[in-house]
Design a protein around this ligand. Structure first.
Ligand SMILES: [Fe+2]
Length: 274
């Protein structure tokens, strides 16, 4: 797969923090003691480090990580998961969305996470690997993530599962509570409620592959997090408490953009680096 760009640029990150903290441009410029013109220039992509550092401090973002993002200096090292993991990236309107297939090579059983815009690639890999897909788990029910449920469910016979706080309207879909456990052969899957971006946003923590894996949906992105004007603090807290407390080598499979890891986000994500 060609290198996926980071989901968010500096303007996106600053904008998410501003909307979440309810600080408009005028207030931000005043508090950070920068000119409105310099703030606009930074948001347009001009990497003026001194201005970026001041803005970062007033949005509770990590100044060094935000400067790195402005200069496009960092890209996550892609975690190796060996066999039993595949990532799919499909176009939806003017964006692209990720979906994932995870399988146990011994029992030849699998779980899918979201369908993306089109699940043909996932169906093909499941067939090529000769695995039976037991579950289709939804991270959340925004259109781009669930656009192809009927075809995927028909082709694989997978059960569709989502959070009780954000049920799928797909006929026969089931719901789970937080901290539910599922098994796919030798793989164990636990549901973590990392809501904020949407009411039932779920992270699936999977053990039994070469390293721990968390499918985080739009809870967190490499160098950013899921947007939420109303539930910014909740999304932030859930990410800190439930994702960034996972083992440091946990691979993070995000709803948009490249793979990353807990250790890398703790160092390079402007929202979370300390
Ligand atoms: Fe999304």
């Amino acid at each position: 797969m060609p290198r996926l760009p980071l989901e968010d640029n500096i303007a996106d990150v600053i904008g998410k923090a501003q909307r979440g903290l309810k600080i408009n441009n005028e207030e931000l410029a005043a508090r950070a003691e920068v000119s409105r013109a310099d703030l606009a220039a930074v948001k347009a992509g001009e990497p003026i480090d001194a201005v970026i550092r001041r803005i970062a401090r007033h949005l509770h973002l990590n100044p060094t990580a935000l400067v790195e993002l402005a200069h496009d200096r960092w890209y996550p090292e892609q975690p190796e998961l060996a066999r039993g993991f595949a990532m799919f990236n499909t176009p939806f309107g003017d964006m692209t969305v990720n979906s994932y297939l995870v399988w146990d090579t011994r029992s030849k059983t699998a779980a899918a996470f979201d369908t993306g815009a089109n699940s043909d690639g996932m169906i093909d890999v499941a067939r090529a690997e000769g695995v039976r897909v037991l579950y289709l788990f939804l991270t959340h029910t925004h259109d781009d993530h669930v656009a192809d449920i009927p075809k995927f469910a028909r082709a694989t016979g997978a059960e569709v599962w989502a959070s009780e706080r954000e049920p799928s309207d797909f006929p026969g879909a089931r719901t789970f509570h937080e901290n539910a456990h599922f098994h796919v052969g030798d793989l164990a899957i636990k549901t973590l409620s990392t809501w904020g971006h949407s009411p039932g946003q779920t992270t699936y923590y999977i053990t039994g592959l070469a390293r721990p894996l968390a499918v985080v949906g739009d809870s967190l992105f490499a160098s950013s997090m899921g947007g939420s004007a109303e539930h910014y603090a909740d999304q932030y807290r859930n990410d800190v408490e439930k994702i960034l407390t996972l083992p440091r080598d946990t691979a993070l499979a995000c709803g948009h953009g490249p793979l990353t890891s807990v250790a890398q986000e703790k160092l390079h994500n402007p929202f979370f680096a300390r």
